[in-house]
Design a protein around this ligand. Structure first.
Ligand code: 5AD
Ligand code: SF4
Length: 360
């Protein structure tokens, strides 16, 4: 294998130029000078493709009801202790418009998976109303799980332009260990293709530090993002939830945090033009977890705009910050300052369409 400076220079010059072994080697780096050089190279790529900027997405957790039973998730249908809620159309629309008025370039509507005709129609109506009340630049992003292609098409026609659906683990064998037998890896991949066919900007991602997951799996996850032609990536450390079958982690918190941030840097160096989120799950492991990701090549932040009462109930994983210091009016000003301290400009009012989508 080549020296680190040669390897980074090659990775910076062109996307997809690292081998699987090189990705693994980078992922293994622990705090120190080599790791700093690795993250700095990823930041240079970010700054070149989308500027030294951070794009904002206002997150609304619109409901905690889910028909799925993923073994790691606190909202799984098999968890009787999960608090279930569903916001009304009026509440969702009002919050989305608040996000818009705060000059956030996009809103994300996220919930557990529901596939009833009533729910499909409700989302369609909500998306259409938000679309009509906002500028065409404002991006409406959905994160509502696996749906039929027809449903994806209806929501797209109503005005949604982006969809987030994590593959969770790109290895079918690992995926099978994380899910009940009727949750199929193949179905999820088919959904990603359907979203692409319907013209969405497609986001996907994985959890990091899962039991049974090897560095080689993570390197393959990054290669999978290329294969599936993803525009946006959201990844976070696995955070064991006591009310799920996966209540223990196989890796310490420090290590998962270090690896989580390395994944952002490696994905940036390999993919170049995708949007990469600094996720809240990183913040659950360290107060400045998201800042670490921004210093490793991430360019997206998703402040939570769910009202505090419901935010408490949306417990995908434990330690999920309830009070997010970057949502709300004054905190947003503070956010500007902390981003400037990182040498990054907040891109107000900009949808932040991933360069990957624009050239595709
Ligand atoms: N730890 C970390 N992330 C989790 N998610 C669900 N449960 C957990 C957990 N225990 C993530 C999944 C899902 C996203 C909405 O939340 O990746 O796609
Ligand atoms: Fe439902 Fe998503 Fe949790 Fe799976 S990860 S149980 S689909 S909310």
């Amino acid at each position: 294998m080549s020296s680190l400076p040669e390897l980074l220079e090659r990775a910076e010059a062109a996307p997809y130029s690292l081998t699987r072994e090189e990705l693994v080697w980078l992922l293994r780096l622990r705090p120190g000078r080599e790791r700093e050089a690795f993250h700095a190279a990823a930041c240079r790529v970010r700054d070149r493709v989308s500027g030294a900027r951070v794009f904002l997405r206002g997150l609304l957790e619109i409901g905690s009801v889910c028909r799925k039973n993923c073994l790691y998730c606190g909202l799984r249908s098999g968890n009787p202790n999960a608090e279930r809620y569903q916001l009304s159309a009026e509440e969702i629309i009002a919050s989305a418009l608040q996000v818009y008025r705060m000059r956030i370039g996009s809103v994300v509507l996220q919930s557990g998976e529901i596939d009833t005709p009533e729910h499909t129609a409700l989302i369609e109506k909500i998306v259409r109303t938000i679309r009509e009340a906002t500028s065409p630049d404002f991006a409406i992003v959905l994160s509502l799980g696996e749906q039929s292609e027809e449903t994806y098409a209806r929501w797209r026609a109503a005005g949604a332009t982006r969809y987030l659906l994590r593959i969770e683990a790109s290895s079918p064998a690992l995926y099978a260990q994380l899910h009940p037998a009727d949750h199929l890896w193949r179905t999820r991949v088919d959904c990603l293709h359907a979203l692409r066919r319907q013209g969405y900007q497609v986001g996907t991602g994985v959890m990091i530090g899962l039991p049974g997951q090897r560095l080689e799996n993570l390197a393959d996850d990054i290669r999978f993002f290329r294969e599936i032609d993803a525009d946006m990536i959201g990844m976070g450390p696995f955070l064991p939830h006591l009310e799920t079958p996966m209540k223990t982690a196989s890796m310490g918190e420090e290590e998962r945090l270090c690896l989580g941030v390395n994944m952002v840097a490696a994905a940036r160096l390999y993919l170049h033009t995708c949007n990469l989120a600094a996720t809240t799950a990183l913040q659950a492991l360290a107060k400045d977890g998201r800042e670490m990701a921004l210093r490793a090549g991430a360019n997206v932040l998703m402040p939570n705009f769910t009202d505090l009462g419901h935010r408490r109930a949306y417990q995908l994983y434990p330690g999920k910050p309830v009070v997010d210091e970057i949502s709300g009016a004054t905190p947003l000003e503070r956010l500007c300052h902390s981003m400037e301290a990182l040498g990054l400009q907040v891109a107000w009012n900009e949808p932040g369409t991933p360069p990957h989508y624009r050239v595709r």
